[in-house]
Design a protein around this ligand. Structure first.
Ligand code: OGA
Ligand code: NI
Length: 359
């Protein structure tokens, strides 16, 4: 059997494990000691101290001042220091965000048999899934998800779009368009802060043909949250990720040096992070940053990640404007279709992938 067409092992839904009421987790979810979260994060408090920067992008969104220096400086600083930032006044209405979240929460509350109709396979990963990576015996994460390719529309797998709710499909469609537009604005800001022509990154990503996908993450309650993770440490393979976080329940952590910082989302914000493709295009001026998700025993958690990626068949490498004698090209060229196979085969593995791309 081809391991990139079908799962080689039976798929267990983490939601079913959680709802079984068992007081311990199966061995397959137990991480090696070095990867365990250490201190368990309280779902509502997290750690004290630092938080990823919060940036008001109103001036960029309504174009009242599209080259607003202070905003661009804040973005540039956040990209260099953190690889992560939160945006507020991003132009997507709180109502739209709430409808999107509610519709997907409803999906995960449906009977298992209904959800199973959308079970995914490693061929495209679209649909209802419970693992990344295809290797037999791999240690798994404590989370289920729903993955959809949104753009370009021509490559959508229509059969995987839930037919159970028209609101869900319509909302997802509309949300996708709004987020794509937000990402276009963000690529402009990133281009300018890198010293590139404003539309450079948008063009490098394929303009109207940019790729985008959606991953709705569902992390059920876990009886032994100190032994596992909802999502293991990884950097996002694509360009830019815009996450609709769970404002009630904490869990996302970002690596800063040797520390894991718990993100505390401010009301109605999106969490933005740089992916590997921007690290490559910027010739490592901006770097993708590792992040992971912890789980807890009292509250489930949901998040919706929008991934803004280069069109799959374009060769992506360091922008020529950012290459010179002092700073030779740091990475080889590769298409995103090829690049993303690594994570699809091996699952989340820190930043090991981009290491293999060194020129
Ligand atoms: C992801 C991711 C974080 C979260 O889907 O790539 O990092 O909080 N999600 O669910
Ligand atoms: Ni991620």
């Amino acid at each position: 059997m081809d391991c990139m067409k079908e799962w080689l092992e039976p798929i267990i839904r983490v939601q079913s494990l959680s709802e079984s009421g068992a007081s311990s987790i199966p061995k397959r979810y137990v991480k090696p000691p070095a990867e365990r979260p250490g201190q368990v994060i309280s779902p509502n408090e997290g750690t004290h101290g630092s938080n990823v920067p919060v940036i008001d992008i109103r001036s960029l969104v309504n174009e009242s001042n599209p080259s607003d220096e202070a905003t661009l400086r804040a973005i540039s600083q956040a990209c260099r220091d953190w690889g992560f930032f939160q945006v507020v006044n991003h132009g997507v209405s709180a109502e739209m965000m709430a409808t999107m979240r509610d519709s997907w929460n409803e999906f995960f509350r449906m009977p298992m048999a209904e959800k199973q109709r959308y079970a995914n396979s490693p061929a495209t990963f679209e649909g209802y899934g419970s693992r990344l990576g295809v290797q037999n015996g791999a240690i798994l994460d404590w989370g289920d998800y729903f993955f959809l390719q949104l753009f370009p529309e021509s490559i959508r797998c229509k059969e995987k779009w839930p037919t159970c709710s028209t609101t869900l499909c319509e909302t997802t469609e509309k949300y996708g368009r709004e987020l794509r537009n937000l990402c276009r604005i963000l690529t402009q800001a990133l281009s300018v802060t890198l010293g590139l022509e404003k539309t450079m990154l948008w063009r490098a990503f394929g303009e109207e043909e940019v790729g985008s996908s959606l991953r709705v993450n569902y992390y059920p309650k876990c009886p032994q949250p100190d032994l596992t993770l909802g999502l293991s440490a990884h950097s996002d393979p694509g360009g830019i990720t815009v996450l609709l976080p769970d404002y009630r329940v904490l869990g996302l952590q970002v690596r800063r040096g040797d520390e894991w910082i718990t993100v505390k989302p401010v009301a109605d914000s999106f969490i933005v992070n740089i992916g590997d493709q921007i690290q490559v295009l910027s010739n490592a001026i901006y770097k993708s940053v590792e992040h992971r998700v912890t789980v807890n025993s009292v509250e489930e958690r949901a998040s919706i990640a929008f991934f803004f990626n280069p069109r799959g068949d374009l060769l992506i490498g360091p922008a020529k404007e950012l290459v010179n004698n002092d700073r030779p090209p740091q990475y080889k060229f590769m298409t995103y279709n090829e690049y993303r196979l690594y994570m699809r085969k091996l699952g989340p593995c820190g930043k090991s992938h981009i290491e293999t791309m060194k020129a």
